[in-house]
Design a protein around this ligand. Sequence first.
Ligand SMILES: Cc1cc2nc3c(=O)[nH]c(=O)nc-3n(C[C@H](O)[C@H](O)[C@H](O)COP(=O)(O)OP(=O)(O)OC[C@H]3O[C@@H](n4cnc5c(N)ncnc54)[C@H](O)[C@@H]3O)c2cc1C
Length: 426
Amino acid sequence: MSDHPFDIAIVGAGMVGASLALACAKAGWRVAVIEPAAPAEPDPDSEPELRVSALSAGSEAWLNRIGVWESMAKYRMAPFRSLSVWEAPSGPLRVLPGGRRLAHGARTTFEAQRLERSHLGHIVENGITRYALWQHLATHDRVQLFCPSSLKHLQQGSESVTLTLDSGDTIVASLVVGADGATSVTRKLAGIGTTRNQYRQQAMVINVRHEPPQQSITWQMFTPDGPRAYLPLPDAAGSSWGSLVWYDQPENLDELMALDEQGLMAAIRRAFPLELPDIDAAPARGRFPIAREHAHQYYRDRVVLIGDAAHTINPLAGQGVNLGFQDAACLGSLLGGGAPGADPGNPELLAQYESARRPRNQLMMDAMDLFYRFFSNNQPPLHLMRNLGLGLAGNLPFARDQVARYAMGIDETLPAPVESLLNRLA
Ligand SMILES: Cc1cc2nc3c(=O)[nH]c(=O)nc-3n(C[C@H](O)[C@H](O)[C@H](O)COP(=O)(O)OP(=O)(O)OC[C@H]3O[C@@H](n4cnc5c(N)ncnc54)[C@H](O)[C@@H]3O)c2cc1C
């Protein structure tokens, strides 16, 4: 048993927790990081990993601010310059050789060029982001890594919190940050409840090798069973790659998961639109239940939650980790410089964090819910409204570009009329 007096203990060095740990150490706080598994060094010759994230321009700015983006870019990432969204026709409008359907329907496209940016965001393998962050943490003299270790017990006092780890170590810190993901143990031990809704659809992620060149376009086609999405991956192992996300009912995904690689590729060709380049391999797949969950409080007695520990969101617009990075940036800037004698667990500071972040996270969760409900059914009036909506968005460049700037993290707020419309619809 050992006692370690720290200013801040961060439970979980996923992408979000590791980024806040680094920001706090750079600001002068003494930081403990508790994590069960260190990330492996990325292999530049390997095929891309299955778990990837679309990192917005806002996330890129945050990772740049803490000095990590350059380390990530030394590995590999795929910028995307355009994002297209459309609804699939309810029946096959045209069936082409190979059984593929040509998708029609109103479409809206967001272009980096229109926003005077070189790109809208990057698709990055989660392991690359985590490894780059970890390298910086491991060499920082104000950081002590407790790895492999998991949080087992918390004792919250008025001046400090005592954490007990499964390794037997005991840590004392003025502030504990729960960044341990959707099933956060920190949240449970601090007695913070959540509101949770399990969506009927699940997500299957499939890496496919396809004909070159690498695309710099990401797209999503909505169907009543769920969206079909394509994210471009960087060239790897001498080939071009893409990440497909196939949302569907669990029983349909059971069947897809049971197919061999050839069978899965045939199913992909039938279900995905012509925009998908020709594929010749689908070596990796995985499925993920999707849920919406929001903590009732973001802080309690010197324990504060960030990232998926505070909120999980339908991944349909790829916003989960981007919101988590916004939490980390917000808390990091409120904590500011680690001035001698300052208390990082000051409840006023934590209240400021919650009042800044909760409405933003709630808005994005509501918007994703709205999309999910709006597109996941076949009722004719909604079908018409969807097409009118997408058509209208495509023809209102100003409104469309404002929404894109918000979704990409370039602007922090939505134009007031759009925000109030969303709030009312939600
Ligand atoms: C299919 C799918 C696609 C997605 N695509 C995108 C996307 O394109 N863009 C996007 O922004 N988001 C996306 N997301 C969401 C994104 O993956 C999550 O929001 C993000 O990973 C959350 O990061 P986090 O660091 O908060 O939590 P996590 O990534 O869950 O990290 C939690 C960390 O805590 C550690 N931990 C757990 N328990 C303990 C314990 N007891 N003690 C100590 N440590 C512990 C874990 O080992 C882990 O390292 C997607 C999600 C899914 C399911």
